[in-house]
Design a protein around this ligand. Structure first.
Ligand code: SRM
Ligand code: SF4
Length: 561
């Protein structure tokens, strides 16, 4: 048998995720935690990072890296109260770098928390009735759900279900409460992890709930995608998708993004059980030797879809009936006001690359102080100010206007970038800090082609891990090195098809030069209603990736990165 990866030993010796984190927090001579504990804090939603902008200067002075931590909330389906928003705003100001970073999984990240601030930060989160449990690590992560408060009955069911799945699959260990909140250790009570197992999962695990026709969660990008089947404004069940994932490594074709396979249909009452059984198959079958092949997508590729299905049926004790028909029309969010079916209004606020700072931070704080509805984080790094009475709309518009928050052009509002530099230790290139400038350059070409009002999805990541789900965008840009990106085209506008590599390792000028003629050709040559990606495929710019296919398999060898 292949040797277990180092992380497996760390988990098994951790005493249910405790390690020596509590002791490490007391050590004042260093801003870091012990190496093994850095793996364990992830299960508590906390990452040790360093400010990469400061690395060269500090290295020259032979100083320790500028160690900082990132903390990530767990917010199933992204629903917060205004009071919680204010608490998170204050926490970021007091303990973090003052910004709130909305993520692609409907939650908030706090960057720049130093070690001595970690406990107080987590305690503020807990006081606001929130937590960071299992926001990272080899566990089921934040369960995301379609943001559609304007269809209130359907949305309520999505939120209820996301919370139920998240709660059910949480680690049972009390380590988080003991280490960060100071709860007493329960002596004499044997702990166990009946679902996740004593060494937790082989790798991260993700679940998303989509409500057609909007695929704002990118249902095919996760270990489990649940596609709601709605009849007369009620969810009668879910089509179950399994085995999606984005991450890959440049130059290693046996790592690949993959869209999930549709397995069948289940009722709302069966959803938690179906999710649990898929988790347990992955727990038992997943690769624990090689973390690069440990996600569910590889488990399914290795064992075959038929064996996986058979095992699921066996563990459930029944067969999932065939999936019901569904149709997606789009991915992403639609910024602006939307009227709900119950007469309330909802404002989808575009947040460029999810970073809430400056005037936007102040505006949202002001709105939260008077708003009595909800704040809903979207899976596309945006924010919904939800449940607004018609007579309150004007006041919200006035606050936004007073803070100079203009609505963006169509290209920008369909764009998304991962964090990357300076905090992400894995970034090969800029992303969040560069995409706004690239969009400005591309907007000139876009407008010149007459596409000003047309929607094209564009997503960028600083490395191939795929945190902004770039391989599902019509235009995907993936960092390969400083200032250099691979350009992918052909991901479906509705998020159901992966893209293809089109250009390798190009810089700013190269990206603009590659896309400008395609914008012009699309503007003049498209068919009625044809998306940019479908046009690119029909005219032979790139080949289509067949649904469920792995990504590298269709690449011409000379294009394999
Ligand atoms: Fe991610 C690792 C940021 C969504 C795939 N991701 C990281 C880390 C923690 C870097 C690290 O391991 O040291 C990044 C922290 C950067 C920072 O400084 O904040 C990071 N990922 C993010 C966020 C914040 C991107 C964003 O701009 O919003 C997203 C937080 C989600 C959340 O709230 O939980 C984020 N990451 C995703 C997604 C999209 C999704 O889940 O829908 C993916 C692709 C889907 C998938 O998982 O396949 C994703 N992140 C990865 C991977 C590649 C995993 C793989 O299978 O290869 C890594 C690296 C790893 O796990 O080894 C990674
Ligand atoms: Fe970091 Fe890569 Fe994820 Fe971007 S895609 S946040 S660079 S791990």
């Amino acid at each position: 048998m292949a040797q277990l990866s180092r992380n497996e030993t760390i988990k098994s010796e951790s005493r249910f995720l405790r390690g020596t984190i509590a002791d490490g927090l007391q050590v004042q001579v260093t801003g870091s935690l012990a190496e093994d504990d850095q793996q364990l804090t992830k299960f508590h939603g906390i990452y040790q990072q360093d400010d990469r902008d400061l690395r060269p200067e500090r290295a020259k002075k032979k100083m320790e890296k500028a160690v900082i931590f990132m903390a990530r909330l767990r917010v199933p389906a992204g629903v917060l109260t205004p009071v919680q928003w204010i608490a998170m705003h204050d926490m970021a100001a007091e303990r973090g770098n003052g910004t709130l970073r909305l993520t692609t999984r409907q939650t908030i990240q706090f960057h720049g928390v130093i070690k001595s601030n970690l406990r107080p930060a987590i305690q503020s989160i807990h006081a606001a009735m929130l937590d960071t449990i299992a926001a990272c690590g080899d566990v089921n992560r934040n369960v995301i759900g379609s943001v559609l408060p304007w269809r209130s009955a359907v949305h309520d069911e999505v939120v209820t279900r996301a919370r139920a799945i998240s709660e059910h699959l949480l680690p049972k260990s009390r380590a988080w409460h003991e280490i960060w909140i100071g709860d007493e250790q329960v002596v004499g009570k044997e702990e166990d992890e009946p679902i996740l197992g004593r060494t937790y999962l082989p790798r991260k695990f993700k679940i998303a709930i989509a409500v057609p026709p909007v695929n704002d969660v990118d249902a095919f990008a996760h270990e489990v995608g649940l596609i709601a089947v709605v009849r007369r404004d009620q969810i009668i069940g879910y089509n179950v998708v399994a085995g999606g994932g984005m991450g890959m490594t440049h130059g290693e074709p046996d790592t690949f993004p993959r869209t999930g396979d549709v397995l069948g249909f289940c009722t709302p009452e069966q959803v938690v059980e179906v999710a649990e059984k898929i988790v347990t198959i992955q727990r038992d079958w997943g690769n624990r030797s090689d973390r690069k092949h440990a996600r569910l997508k590889y488990t399914i590729e290795t064992h075959g879809l038929d064996s996986f299905r058979a095992e699921l049926d066996k563990r459930l004790g029944y067969k999932l009936p065939p999936a019901k028909p569904y149709r997606f029309k789009r991915s992403g969010d639609e910024p602006g006001w939307h009227e709900g079916d119950d007469g309330r209004w909802h404002f989808v606020m575009f947040v460029e690359n999810g970073r809430v700072h400056g005037p936007m931070l102040a505006a949202l704080r002001a709105i939260a102080e008077t708003h009595d509805g909800r704040f809903i984080l979207t899976p596309n790094q945006n924010l919904v100010i939800a449940d607004v009475a018609p007579e309150q709309r004007k006041a919200i518009d006035a606050v936004l206007e007073a803070h100079g928050l203009a609505s963006p052009g169509t290209l920008r509002r369909n764009a998304m970038a991962c964090v990357a530099l300076p905090t992400c230790g894995l970034a090969l290139a800029e992303s969040e800090r560069y995409l706004p400038d690239l969009i400005t350059a591309l907007e000139a070409e876009y407008d010149r082609a007459g596409l000003r009002d047309d929607e094209i999805t564009i997503r960028m990541t600083g490395c191939p891990n795929g945190c902004a789900r770039p391989y599902l965008a019509e235009i995907g840009l993936v960092g390969t090195g400083p200032g250099l990106y691979n350009l992918y085209l052909g991901g479906a506008f509705d998020g159901t098809r992966l893209s293809k590599l089109y250009r390798k390792q190009i810089g700013h000028e190269g990206i603009v030069a590659a896309l400008a003629p395609l914008f012009a050709a699309y503007a003049t040559g498209r068919r009625k209603g044809e998306s940019f990606a479908d046009f690119a495929i029909r005219t032979g710019v790139v080949a289509a990736t067949i649904a469920g296919n792995r990504f590298h398999a269709d690449l011409a060898p000379e294009l394999t990165v």
